[in-house]
Design a protein around this ligand. Structure first.
Ligand code: ARG
Length: 415
């Protein structure tokens, strides 16, 4: 099942397998992240408020929204009094399970870079606010992976771990997603696997991970820091990692490329902010849209860079850009992604369908009298943009709350 590598308790010498240098008030991640081009705005500075305290005005705004959109919840007044008293007493307050679930769903609804928001109301919310040990977080994250992908049916799911509280920064997962493929830098400077995760891979190796079998698709261990500051590496059991091997409906050689991708994209390094309370560890997933895998992860020159290989196998003329060999290879790779997920009966959407759904979502939001924030450059799919209806219009891009935000410290250099 899970295998653990423990960090040392504060102050002692690093042990074999240690991934944490110990930390003070702020979590210190062993792992240096990418600069994060094109990331959503980081969490705003807390201003004069001590870390972990909730702002009464932000709490009030959220409660207003919650009671407005959930008339069955009754009168807001007693709840506002209660929340004010909790903030006065403790510096923060505790969401009801209903507030938490609604807040998480609205954070998704407010994610201006996500095309898949039509089903925001149906996100499953796993309330794990009582969990803040690194072991507990790893176990529950593995549970999340299993529950969100039963028999190939992917269900949008979020697991919410302990919030930040005054004096307690809350737990963190340092991997960008629960499932990430290693990127091993070889001595000759070439790279095996996913270059996006090269820095994370080096860090976990430095701190005791022996490495996987050495394929281009080795799943990295999770790096988890608990509310108590302990950090551990947790291996994700293979049976919690649903993957699809890629083949092409017309080209038998395609399967021989040995390409695969995981079925669940579970973002694990963003904080969920609801009404002034920050949940620093709240992994969430939807299902994939094919182009994320076929037009980015496997295609980008700084990722798996498969277009030249596929073009060559297709016998295309790569000596001139004007043969449009890249475009042709891109289409066949994306056909293979959709075909393979369908064959494996794993949920995936295509960019034409998802674009139409997004416009339905916009209409519904308008009818409900709300602005739907959207970032054109993220909403328009990375291939055949103008062949999808989302290309041909502009959007409002406003920052609304509740929200998913990047941690201000990203993945810092740490130790
Ligand atoms: N684009 C990211 C990836 O390829 C995943 C981002 C979230 N995607 C989603 N369909 N929910 O891994």
């Amino acid at each position: 099942m899970l295998t653990w590598r423990r960090s040392r308790p504060d102050g002692s010498e690093p042990a074999e397998g240690d991934v944490d240098g110990g930390r003070g008030a702020e979590p210190a991640c062993p792992v240096r992240g990418e600069a994060g081009a094109g990331r959503p705005p980081a969490a705003p500075p807390a201003g004069d408020r001590p870390p972990g305290t909730a702002d009464l005005a932000a709490a009030g705004e959220f409660l207003k929204l919650f009671y407005l959109e959930n008339p069955q919840a009754g009168s807001i007044r007693p709840r506002v009094r209660e929340v004010r008293a909790q903030i006065d007493d403790t510096g923060t307050y505790t969401h009801t399970p209903q507030e938490l679930a609604y807040g998480a769903r609205v954070a998704w609804r407010n994610s201006s870079r996500c095309i898949g928001r039509l089903y925001w109301k149906s996100m499953r919310v796993r309330d794990r606010r009582h969990v803040d040990t690194p072991e507990g977080i790893a176990v529950e994250s593995v549970g999340h992976l299993r529950e969100s992908a039963t028999r190939g049916k992917i269900r949008p799911t979020i697991t919410v771990f302990a919030p930040e509280r005054p004096g307690v920064p809350g737990p963190r997962i340092w991997n960008e997603q629960l499932i990430r493929y290693a990127g091993y830098r070889r001595r000759d400077g070439t790279l095996l696997g996913d270059p996006r995760n090269a820095v994370l891979t080096e860090a976990v190796r430095r701190h005791g991970w022996r490495g996987g079998p050495g394929t281009p698709f080795d799943v990295l261990p999770m790096v988890v820091t608990g509310g108590d500051g302990r950090t551990l590496l947790a291996t994700i059991p293979g049976d919690a990692v649903l993957e699809v091997e890629l083949s092409h409906p017309s080209y038998p050689w395609f399967a021989g490329l040995g390409l695969r991708w995981h079925a669940v994209p579970a973002i694990s390094n963003m904080a969920l902010e609801i009404g002034g309370v920050r949940y620093p560890c709240a992994p969430f997933n939807g299902w994939y849209m094919g182009t994320e895998i076929g037009a980015r992860n496997l295609a980008d020159a700084d990722r798996y860079d498969m277009l030249p290989v596929i073009a060559e196998r297709l016998g295309l003329d790569t000596s001139s850009e004007r043969s449009l060999w890249r475009d042709h290879a891109l289409v066949e790779l994306n056909v293979a992604v959709l075909h393979s997920f369908d064959k494996a009966e794993v949920t995936i959407s295509d960019h034409h369908t998802e674009s139409r759904r997004f416009l339905t979502h916009l209409e519904r939001e308008e009818l409900a009298g709300r602005v739907c924030p959207a970032d054109w450059s993220w909403i328009v799919p990375p291939m055949s943009g103008a062949a999808t209806p989302v290309f041909h219009r502009y959007y409002d891009d406003v920052q609304l709350s509740p929200a998913f935000v990047h941690h201000a410290d990203g993945l810092p250099s740490g130790i």
